[in-house]
Design a protein around this ligand. Structure first.
Ligand code: MN
Length: 259
């Protein structure tokens, strides 16, 4: 065994590395993104018992589950977006597993979101973070901490008004900088998707999806417990189900964090 893995196992056993669960509970109450009526909707979670220690299976319990691929805490593969549809290794079963692990850079804009729920991380905000924490390393997960996961009702979490959903995200220039110059694995957010609530009105629509997936980058949505991560120094592990041709999947995202 290499010394670094032996050290990791020892540090986990000693509690000097902790595991933080970045995943929301997944069930029938999990909020699902709404789209304008002309588009097909993604179903929420339904769970049906196959057997539960009964005539259908006297000694075993199991369920059938049904949901859209992009439900709850979930992973976005590049093929999710039209800009990424022709890239190699762009589906959940073909993305190299190496890409399911990377260092976390946590950018906290919670105070800005409290003042303006539609606020966007911009290049200046990224550069302010880098001035304190160092340059975003290649292959990092960039996680946008907004406090949004504390919104405990579906209504508050989805935050839909007459003019559509509202919530924070990334501006187009910072998405481009992260996907190209910073060469990130992808971005993760606490909100229902990796674009801002109003991003359907942006040009192009949903620019973070457009740019990230067009460059083969990944996404994580509906994360929680980002307030338990340091700005740098944690490692995120987020492996989607190996769905054949899948555009994404619910994921159990975890972080290894130095205590
Ligand atoms: Mn998604």
């Amino acid at each position: 065994m290499s010394s670094v893995l032996a050290t990791l196992v020892a540090e986990l056993a000693a509690g000097r590395v902790t595991v933080v669960d970045l995943t929301q509970p997944l069930g029938p109450d999990t909020p699902v993104i709404g789209l304008p009526e002309m588009f097909a909707a993604s179903p929420g979670v339904s769970i049906e018992v196959i057997s539960r220690f009964d005539d259908k299976g006297p000694a075993w319990y199991w369920n059938t589950i049904r949901m859209g691929e992009h439900t709850g805490t979930h992973f976005d593969a590049p093929v999710h977006w039209i800009t990424g549809r022709d890239l190699p290794n762009n589906t959940t079963d073909t993305i190299p597993a190496r890409q399911f692990i990377g260092p976390a850079c946590v950018i906290d804009i919670t105070a800005d979101v409290a003042a303006n729920e539609d606020c966007l991380l911009d290049v200046a905000g990224l550069e302010r973070w880098e001035a304190v924490n160092g340059r975003i390393p290649r292959g990092a997960w960039v996680l946008l901490r907004t406090g949004w996961s504390r919104r405990s009702t579906a209504e508050a979490f989805l935050n839909v008004r007459d003019d559509g959903p509202h919530g924070p995200g990334f501006d187009q220039a910072v998405s481009r900088l992260l996907a190209t110059d910073r060469d990130v694995l992808g971005v993760g957010v606490e909100t229902i998707g990796t674009d801002a609530g109003q991003a359907g009105r942006f040009d192009p629509p949903f620019p973070n999806h457009n740019i990230m997936h067009g460059h083969g980058r990944l996404g994580l949505a509906s994360l929680c417990n980002l307030d338990r991560l340091p700005a740098t120094g944690a490692v995120v592990i987020a492996a989607p189900l190996k769905l054949v041709g899948g555009s994404g999947s619910p994921v159990r995202a975890i972080a290894l964090v130095p205590a």
